[in-house]
Design a protein around this ligand. Structure first.
Ligand SMILES: Nc1ncnc2c1ncn2[C@@H]1O[C@H](COP(=O)(O)OP(=O)(O)O)[C@@H](O)[C@H]1O
Ligand SMILES: [Mg+2]
Length: 407
């Protein structure tokens, strides 16, 4: 009997397999997946005209061969710092075509966190055979300078996530790069754009660096608002999907979810996950229910994720987990009641209703819980039904209880 069942399962699988293969290349929705990757550079940036103009005025003298410019770009994750510097560098290069030769080098210090690794990356961007060892930082910098001068070229260097390098290795390399022409008969060898999430980046520097960077050269990007996130979602969907396959309601939902953080990355993740889900089901359009904040992070949701949550998010989640161990969904009203019970148990004073909702929204954004508004209860306040599909409530419950007890 057991054997018969498993044989049957195999033949069923073969049938399903054929169906599954049929979908490959069918492309009912997707035309091109590239615009759904973070690395895709859009031809126009949404809502960053001011930032581009600011950069343009900081670099207003750059066509003069003896001039180099400096700028510091800051903003939270997904505010478009990296793409802004890429678009600006490409535009600038094109603008100066025939006037000044620009070599654009972008180093992400998170991938190359030590000062000498950063220098090595810069040298490699000019000459891929640059020797890996044996040269002091001063020597590497001088070889970079000689290379550029010999070719009459100006380097536009973007040091992305530069705080990672500074925290690890101080700002020595930046200081040296800023002084690359000092004591030489040259000027205008390198322009530098420093990029960081840290709004107080300048405080990490010594006065000598701050004065060389110039306090007025800062460009601060804020998080995107919902309308901007909508436009970013629309731009990506138009570039990647067949016309008409992604409805306005889908774009709005993506933007609404991402508006909690104002992070453009979230828009792209949500959109991609929704498109893939719809394609996977063989449909020719993406529906609102394909947009699910949780599943995009499902593979990375580990129980230890809860360790760093603020206390009251832990308490709320613990209440929810206890109930979801037994039933599939829990209403937001019950979640609130259970939160009060848990607070009492662990000796915390429950937060007010607004804070409770804010925490619920954050838990949802992180993909720990999902919520859906019950149409029958619409109009009677915000009753929502909460589920958890990315984590086992039981596992989470014991983890939460133990971390809350330690604190
Ligand atoms: N203004 C914008 N217009 C279009 N796409 C954007 C915009 N800002 C960010 N993006 C896209 O969102 C993603 C995250 O942006 P990124 O530049 O990596 O942000 P950050 O470096 O600030 O974390 C990238 O794929 C980027 O192309
Ligand atoms: Mg970045």
């Amino acid at each position: 009997m057991g054997l018969w069942i498993s044989l049957r399962a195999v033949s069923l699988n073969n049938d399903q397999m054929a169906g599954y293969l049929d979908r490959i290349g069918a492309g009912k929705i997707l035309l091109d997946r590239t615009p759904l990757s973070y690395d895709w550079i859009p031809s126009t940036l949404v809502g960053r005209d001011d930032a581009l103009s600011q950069l343009a005025s900081i670099f207003s003298q750059i066509s003069n061969p003896s001039i180099s410019c400096k700028s510091v770009v800051t903003g939270p994750v997904g505010s478009g710092k990296t793409v802004l510097t890429q678009v600006f560098s490409n535009d600038l290069k094109r603008h100066l075509d025939g006037k000044r030769k620009i070599i654009h080098t972008h180093v992400n210090c998170r991938n190359h966190p030590s000062g000498s690794q950063v220098l090595q990356q810069i040298a490699l961007s000019l000459d891929e055979r640059h020797p890996e060892r044996g040269l002091s930082p001063g020597e590497v910098i001088q070889s970079i300078r000689r290379f550029l001068n010999a070719r009459d070229a100006h380097m536009l260097l973007v040091l992305d996530e530069v705080d990672v390098m500074i925290r690890r290795d101080s700002s020595d390399i930046i200081y040296r790069l800023l002084r690359i022409d000092e004591g030489k008969d040259e000027s205008g060898t390198i322009s530098i754009i420093l990029v960081s999430q840290d709004p107080s980046l300048l405080r990490l520097f010594e006065p000598a660096i701050i004065s060389r960077l110039g306090a007025s050269n800062r460009v601060d990007l804020g998080p995107y608002n919902e309308a901007e996130l909508r436009d970013i979602a629309l731009q990506r969907s138009e570039a990647s999907c067949l016309k008409g396959s992604v409805g306005d309601d889908v774009i709005s939902k993506v933007a609404r979810y991402a508006s909690n953080t104002g992070d453009a990355r979230m828009v792209i993740e949500l959109l991609e996950a929704a498109v893939i889900r719809a394609e996977g089901e063989g449909r020719s359009n993406v529906l609102v229910h394909d947009v699910r904040p949780s599943e995009m992070r499902s593979s990375s949701l580990e129980p230890n994720l809860v360790d760093d949550l603020p206390d009251h998010q832990k308490l709320i989640l613990l209440g929810i987990c206890r109930r979801l161990k037994k039933v599939d969904t829990i209403s937001s009203g019950d979640a609130l009641k259970l939160y009060h019970v848990v607070c009492e148990e662990f000796g915390h004073k429950p937060r007010g209703y607004t804070t409770f909702w804010k925490h619920m929204k954050s838990l949802e954004t992180m993909g720990m819980i999902e919520s859906r508004t019950d149409s029958a209860t619409k109009g009677r306040g915000r009753t929502q039904h909460i589920t958890m599909s990315n984590m086992a409530p039981g596992v989470l419950e014991s983890r939460l209880s133990s971390v809350l007890l330690i604190e």
